[in-house]
Design a protein around this ligand. Sequence first.
Ligand code: C5P
Length: 236
Amino acid sequence: MIYKQIIPALDIQDEKSLRFLVDELANEADIVKVGMELFYSHGKLALQLLQERELKIFLDLKLHDIPNTVGKAAKTLAKSGVEILNVHAAGGVEMMKCALDNFKTENPSGKLIGVTQLTSTSQSVMNTQLGIPGNIDDVVIRYAESVRTAGLDGVVCSALEVKRIKSLFGSDFLCITPGIRPKGCASDDQKRIMTPTQALQAGSDYLVIGRAITNEKSPKIAFQKILKDTQNELDC
Ligand code: C5P
């Protein structure tokens, strides 16, 4: 059932593209991702259209502010019935706990996830521009530890880090992995990438795939091809 693990990222801003993608993917995917660009452009409409077509929603807003503000935002967003919401682990344990309490009060079955280090961030950018010393894998583990301490359901991380995270924090600690590129696709701005097959073999629970699906003429066919190729590779 790997179709349930692939989350197409609806990274678009206009209503026409939104309606097109919903039509293309409604009978293919189980869950899709609404990020900042879509939410800030057509948030209410997007959630309504997706819910009408029974698509689950990963609302990728990466909340990061003082605990009180993030808590209130998480409460409001939880009321919209999204399946998954995320916050930045860099906001710290108190912020994540506040988000969790508020989110689960409104949406007990929803999942709250902590973003570790963006998959577009390289080791040198993290060290020199963000001022975080050390090895990026170790930094991701420290973030994951804070996420676990705060009691969240799992992390957004690179597929490269999944094995270590699962071994340290348990197989039920969810790993959602962007930075996925089917063989032959350009890496674009992503730095720490894996193919869908490699990510699933590493133990990723969900793969977020954006441009490799949404930039294709038929996102439906692109989604189906990724599923088929991945299943074939896993069967080999
Ligand atoms: O087009 P592409 O497959 O690179 O899209 C990846 C998606 O995952 C984007 O919507 C991006 O915002 C999101 N994301 C990410 N890295 C994270 C968290 C989310 O790339 N750490």
